[in-house]
Every structure is written in C-alpha cells, then in structure tokens.
Design a binder for this molecule. Structure first.
Ligand code: SF4
Ligand code: SF4
Length: 134
C-alpha cells in the first residue's frame, strides 16, 4: 500500500511541474489588448510576419524548439491569417517576468488558453526566456 501511495505522490508532483504554453483560439475579437502585455513579443496580429529578434537583442542563428535553425531576424509566415496568434518558440508563459500569463489576464473574451499539445516544464520555459533575453 505504501508503495502505491509513493507512486501516486510521484505522479502528482510530476504533473504539478508540467506547464502548458498558451495559444489563442478563433474566438479572438482582434482587440489587440494582449500584444503590448507580452514580455517576449510573442504575440502578433493575424497576417503579420514574425521574427525571433522582434523585441529583443537576439541575433545570428537561432535554433527553434523543433531543431530548425533560422536567422533570428528572418521574417516568418504568419501562424494565423485572421486573428492574433502566439509564436510558441517565443512564449514562456510569462515565466521569469510575471506570476501568470499576461495575455490571458487581459483578454476580454478569455480566448488565451492552455495548449495541451505543448507541455513544457518550468525549467524549459525559463531556459527559453534566457535564450530570448541575452
Ligand atoms: Fe506572451 Fe506571456 Fe502570453 Fe506567452 S503567456 S504569449 S509570454 S503574454
Ligand atoms: Fe484576441 Fe484576446 Fe488578444 Fe484581444 S486580448 S487580441 S481578444 S487574444
């Protein structure tokens, strides 16, 4: 019985340290309130190209989370054409800056939600923040 309890506690503690990135759903009303709140400049208006170096001092070759190497200043295709979107490679869920995701805090329609397909640990998010803010 004791071993089962230990396993349960271990599983709970693991999940307690897993954090999900944030994504914007198509319920976005394009109010723009979230964009200036992002400490990582990870939020873009629909149809606008994004770059790793927007809003920071990163330059040269930057390795994305999927292993792709890009020029940090390279302009990339918008991830959404019609409404605001978050670049996952730039979102740290505000770790290192704020206690809670600022986009979700200001969104009037609560369309900044956890991205269940992108689970990252706090350590991973803090490492991402360090790479974006040299
Ligand atoms: Fe930016 Fe924070 Fe929202 Fe991520 S959670 S997009 S870092 S405001
Ligand atoms: Fe869209 Fe919400 Fe951002 Fe407004 S605050 S642009 S509704 S995601």
């Amino acid at each position: 019985m004791a071993i089962l309890l230990k396993i349960f506690v271990l599983i709970v503690s693991i999940f307690a340290h897993l954090i999900m990135a944030i994504r914007i759903t198509n319920e976005c009303i394009n109010c723009g309130a979230c964009e200036p709140e992002c400490p990582n400049n990870a939020i873009y208006e629909g149809g606008i190209e994004w770059a790793i170096s927007d809003g920071n001092t990163v330059n040269g070759i930057f390795t994305l989370e999927d292993g792709t190497e890009v020029d940090a200043a390279q302009k990339n295709k918008p991830l959404e054409p019609d409404y605001y979107y978050i670049v996952p490679d730039k979102c740290t869920e505000c770790k290192g800056f704020h206690e809670e995701p600022q986009c979700a805090a200001v969104c009037p329609v609560d369309c900044c939600i956890l991205d269940e397909d992108r689970v990252e640990s706090e350590d991973e998010l803090l490492a991402k923040k360090a790479r974006l803010h040299l």
